[in-house]
Design a protein around this ligand. Sequence first.
Ligand code: SF4
Ligand code: SF4
Length: 443
Amino acid sequence: MVLTFKGGFHVHDGKELTKDKELRTAPVPELLVVPLSQHIGAPCQASVKKKDEVRMGQPVGEARGFVSAPVHSPVSGIVKDVKAAPHSSGGRVLSVLIENDGEDTLYPGVGERADPKDLSREEIIDRVKNAGIVGLGGATFPAHVKLSPPKDKPIDTIVINGAECEPLLTCDYRLMMDSPESVILGADIVRRVTGAKRLILATEDNKRDAAAVLEKKVAELGLADTSVAVAKTKYPQGGEKQLIKALLNREVPTPRKRGLPMDVGVIVQNVGTCHAIYEAVAKNMPLIERLVTVVGTAVENPGNYTARIGTPCSVLLEDAGWERATALLMGGPMMGMAVYTPEVPVAKGTSGLLAERIVSDGDPRDCIRCASCVEVCPARLTPLDLSVASESQNWEIAEEYHVDDCIECGCCSYVCPSNRPIVQQIRHAKAALRKIRSAGSAG
Ligand code: SF4
Ligand code: SF4
């Protein structure tokens, strides 16, 4: 049986450019810029000030509220400033600037080992929360929140997302190949904490070698009720809802109905998040580094890097032999966001840096109603109508056509023969509606 979902399409993935290259360690710069907002939810509050001495792994930003995650110093050194700095959102965000002393002196307690089996459920959730772990697949939702589902939403299955369907990105693939044990043990911690019975480690059929590595490790570890599933290679197979449909044939209610995977008894965690959860629980390591794929037509030597959070993207790009590109995206070609300066730092949600020489293949033209965008839309929307509604700033119509259910996968823009920037128009409509709703609720 082919494990898949309706909509989406197969796209040349370009993963051969980086997938088999040895993991590199990114240079650690003299100055790191740690944004206080790196997650979905309330930004952190700085817990250090200018001239403070900090150690590696020390909290420098405190979480405010349950849906928030602290941030930590990725090096030891001195706080140079706490001020607004360039951020992947396109603006400037309050950030802690740290001068690296090159010593990597650890904050007390960081790196202290524990056997996860000796820790209670509450202790594990506390460790994950204090380590500042968020969804590393790009969603950046605080992980401890997902580990605490409400009592009326029992979880029977944990799905570990190693689909990495975004073209060109291979950092999740490398993690599965190089560190299968920490991914699986992290996943097992998620299963234990949520009370789920079944664990499914999922990838796509263009990564069968990673599936084999995971299968071998599961057998070695002797984990019961744990399987490895291989879904069809199709974009956006790694979307939570698409993955749940493909593996379990369960339909997550739409975002309009505030539907979440837990409504159908499932929690989905990315492979990188599981690795980070294991590091936090078993080694008391906060999230201060992550894997980043650096690739694109303007990159001479593409590859995967382990990079400290707060490292300016320019450091990785220089190391990979970057010619100053006309376009720089954080993330992959489908869902990545354009960044306006390479000085934007690597953050918790940075899975890739894509530097491209050529960005446009023509100006947008009128819709020819070919319906290609409808065919590929995995959320079963009519992107052409959303595009036109946004263009004419008719937010009511956009709402009527369920713009909130769009997962921003970019499939529609990709296939549109008229080069219409549909996903950007949809983002614009969503932002306008958010503004209208918040003005309404304030009034
Ligand atoms: S970006 Fe939104 S509208 Fe376009 S294909 Fe994806 S889900 Fe559908
Ligand atoms: S793919 Fe483009 S041209 Fe075709 S219907 Fe959709 S918006 Fe119109």
